[in-house]
Design a protein. Structure first.
Length: 238
């Protein structure tokens, strides 16, 4: 990955490079990406049924959404699921903490960042995976999750939400449940999609709105997951 300031990265994009330099840099990048995929796929293939909890790294422990995320994780474990998070602080820590203290599988897919992100202490030691590349990390989220619970968050959370949403809408992955927690936080986004993206511009289909559930409590969030799998007479096996 490129290092340096944002301005340095912009300048580097316009530099002229000879073929040897291009080949050397690109070859190293390819091998680094391959290594992240290999490690991720090998470790994640053994985790069992899990639900991913997305949310902000900046949420404090006293925040109501931190407390809710922790309770959601506990309930998921009691209902037979493991929990995957982005491995960092905030909502991610809450999700791992609830799963870990309940005795369930607690997975952390950590991203290396110059600020904010560090491993929380509630991840199973054999289930911490560190990534340099966001896109490799997102593949692990969507490939190994049986559902997505999205707590309030910022740009990273929105990116993860719409990655899952797009892959489900385009049938690239199964129609796994997406649950947004916090109606006061998320309703404006859904209203914009319904009223502007669909209503004004017709850039999505009406049925696309059915792919997302909005709830306000941990009980409602876990019930969406349970009800979804009850339709298929499926239950977690650990």
């Amino acid at each position: 990955m490129q290092t340096g300031t944002s301005e340095d990265k912009i300048r580097q994009a316009f530099l002229q490079r000879d073929w040897h330099e291009i080949k050397s840099v690109n070859s190293w990048m390819i091998f680094k990406i391959m290594a992240e995929f290999v490690e991720g796929l090998e470790k994640m293939a053994r985790i069992g049924p899990c639900v991913t909890i997305f949310g902000s790294a900046r949420t404090k422990a006293e925040n109501k959404y931190y407390i809710m995320a922790e309770e959601i994780a506990r309930k998921l474990v009691r209902h037979g699921y493991g929990v995957i998070t982005g491995g960092g602080p905030g909502i991610m820590e809450a999700g791992n903490k609830g799963a870990f203290e309940q005795g369930g599988t607690s997975v952390g897919l950590n991203i290396v960042l110059p600020f904010e992100q560090f491993n929380n202490v509630y991840i199973d030691r054999d289930k911490i995976i560190n990534f340099d590349y966001f896109f490799v990390r997102k593949v692990m989220f969507v490939k190994f999750s049986q559902g997505f619970i999205v707590m309030p968050g910022g740009l990273g959370t929105l990116d993860e939400l719409f990655e899952a949403y797009t892959l489900i809408q385009t049938n690239k992955i199964g129609r796994f449940p997406i649950v947004l927690v916090g109606k006061s936080y998320w309703q404006g986004l859904i209203d914009w999609i319904r009223d502007t993206v669909l209503g004004v511009e017709q850039n999505v289909s009406p049925q696309d709105l059915d792919l997302i559930n909005i709830v306000d409590t941990p009980e409602e969030a876990v019930k969406v997951i349970d009800d979804f799998y009850a339709k298929y007479l499926l239950a977690p096996n650990f």
